[in-house]
Design a binder for this molecule. Structure first.
Ligand SMILES: Cc1cc2nc3c(=O)[nH]c(=O)nc-3n(C[C@H](O)[C@H](O)[C@H](O)COP(=O)(O)OP(=O)(O)OC[C@H]3O[C@@H](n4cnc5c(N)ncnc54)[C@H](O)[C@@H]3O)c2cc1C
Length: 467
């Protein structure tokens, strides 16, 4: 029987990063993945394919809507080849997952393909069809991720009533896509299909979209997406989804308890994701799972069984790829005897719509709730020369800093390329910068990053230069 210092179950951004870090630290490591390809949700049916389709659909929208204003004329009609767009996405996924296989090889991590299930706290059985292997591991890292969740009364037929997984591989552009849930995944995929010509209607239970982000961001993104033609129905509680032939009907009740129906040809159910532990047989190792299917861990990501850890979407916290990867690194270093630390307050959150949305630290609502006295500085993207040059005028940067010490407490952005800009805020906050520190740093001109400096000036002494 093969023996390892560490076995990692699941090869998503949590698992594969944990495996690489373990190997770098000299630990003999195995990784177990139930699918033939590695990379988990993120690489196969999450971050990477959704960004590929967002990029492709953005090019298409630019070509049909914006080329002309830039003086670019294309003779004849611009045609969408949706099949090719989906094939390109598949090829991006393929290259990326092959990259993980290469990295496992390079780092001498043994890869086992098959379903991993605990026999006890130090033995894992791997089943692949009729083939069974058992390995022994001094330590195990559970990184089994999550699956899309649904509402109890919705029957997902995965043909027309679909989750994000199917929405990434449709055979045609929907005529009218009904999106249940105004969170990140629903909005990103809704925008893809809106750009490709679908009518898109979002039905959201709460009174705002992207509800975990700063309220100003929810408002600004909704305003921008409405201009793009997406329809929003907030404070609507979906009560039924039915299918008749190609027609889908979603029934909901609005704020006044009035029944409303929406008709479309596809319905994307994007109401969140749930931790995944099916088939893991965690009970054989004595590992505790909460009622919601989540693996219970302490601050060191250790389960109730001391040699078994869990990371990523299967444990508490934001379901984000980079959070999973940070946790993978942290657990590998703990096993190797180091004392790593994650500052969960500084895990950035991003929505890859256009305009993009990015956030780190506390929202204005959280500061108010915590009775923290703060200053707020905001700068609109439209006041930047860079924004006028590209034509991306929507959005703002908002910096919240402590009223007394000026320490930056939260940075919230909407606009072109803010998914990348947020890194500046993370660095600043990691080093506990004040708004004035950012305001006094030189930012290249013309860039979108100048909005960060201007918002910092506004937060410091209310003295932005360009508004
Ligand atoms: C459409 C979409 C877009 C997204 N976009 C972003 C984004 O832009 N940025 C971002 O940060 N996050 C994004 N996410 C979220 C991100 O994909 C997840 O947070 C991330 O993949 C979690 O990583 P993980 O390693 O915990 O689990 P996963 O990536 O889910 O990987 C778990 C792996 O474990 C395997 N597995 C499960 N059980 C077993 C078993 N018993 N034996 C063997 N293998 C097993 C699974 O097959 C899977 O490969 C997106 C998600 C979706 C659905």
């Amino acid at each position: 029987m093969a023996k390892y210092d560490v076995a990692v179950i699941g090869s998503g951004p949590g698992g594969y990063v944990a495996a690489i870090r373990c190997a770098q630290l000299g630990l003999k490591t195995a990784i177990i993945e139930k699918y033939d390809v590695m990379g988990g949700t993120c690489l196969n049916v999450g971050c990477i394919p959704s960004k590929a389709l967002l990029d492709s659909s953005h090019h298409y929208e630019d070509a049909i809507k914006h080329f002309e204003e830039h003086g670019i004329e294309i003779p004849g009609d611009i045609k969408l080849n949706f099949k090719k767009m989906i094939e390109r996405k598949a090829s991006v996924v393929d290259q990326t997952t092959k990259g993980i296989a290469f990295l496992m090889d390079k780092n001498k991590v043994d890869v086992f393909t098959g379903m991993g299930a605990f026999k006890d706290a130090t033995h894992i059985e791997i089943t692949n069809g009729k083939k069974k292997d058992t390995i022994e591991a001094k330590n195990t890292i559970i990184a089994t991720g999550s699956k899309p969740s649904t509402l109890p009364f919705i029957k997902l037929d995965k043909d027309r009533v679909i989750t994000s997984t199917e929405a990434l591989s449709l055979k045609e552009v929907p005529k009218h896509l009904l999106v249940i849930g105004g969170g990140v995944i629903g909005l990103e995929l809704g925008q893809v299909y809106r750009r490709l010509g679908a009518e898109v209607t979002v039905i959201e239970y709460l009174d705002r979209i992207i509800p975990t982000m700063d309220a100003a961001q929810s408002k600004e993104l909704m305003k921008a997406m409405k201009k793009q033609g997406v329809k929003f129905n907030l404070s609507h509680k979906v009560s039924a989804v039915s299918k008749k032939g190609k027609e889908i009907t979603v029934t909901a009740t609005d704020k006044k308890d009035k029944e409303v129906t929406f008709k479309g040809d596809y319905c994307l159910v994007s109401v969140g994701r749930k931790p995944y532990t099916d088939g893991l047989k965690a009970e054989n190792a004595g590992v505790k799972i909460t009622e919601r299917g989540m693996i219970d861990v302490n601050d060191h990501l250790q389960t109730n069984i001391k040699n078994i850890y869990a990371i990523g979407d299967v444990v508490r916290g934001a379901m984000l790829a980079h959070k999973a990867s940070e946790e993978g690194t942290m657990v590998a270093e703990i096993i190797a005897g180091q004392k790593p630390h994650i500052n969960y307050n500084l895990i950035p959150g991003v929505v890859y719509t256009w305009p993009e949305v990015a956030s780190v630290g506390k929202t204005e609502e959280q500061l108010k709730e915590g009775n923290v006295e703060y200053k707020s500085g905001q700068f609109p993207m439209r006041a930047l020369g860079r924004s006028r040059a590209s034509g991306d005028l929507d959005g703002f940067v908002k910096i919240l800093s402590d009223k007394e010490t000026d320490e930056v407490l939260g940075v919230h952005m909407v606009g072109a390329r803010v998914a990348d800009l947020i890194a500046e805020a993370v660095v600043a906050m990691e080093y506990r910068a004040s708004a004035e520190d950012i305001a006094r740093m030189s930012h290249a001109h013309p860039t979108y990053a100048e909005a960060v400096k201007e918002a910092a000036l506004a937060a410091t002494e209310n003295r932005p230069i360009h508004i």
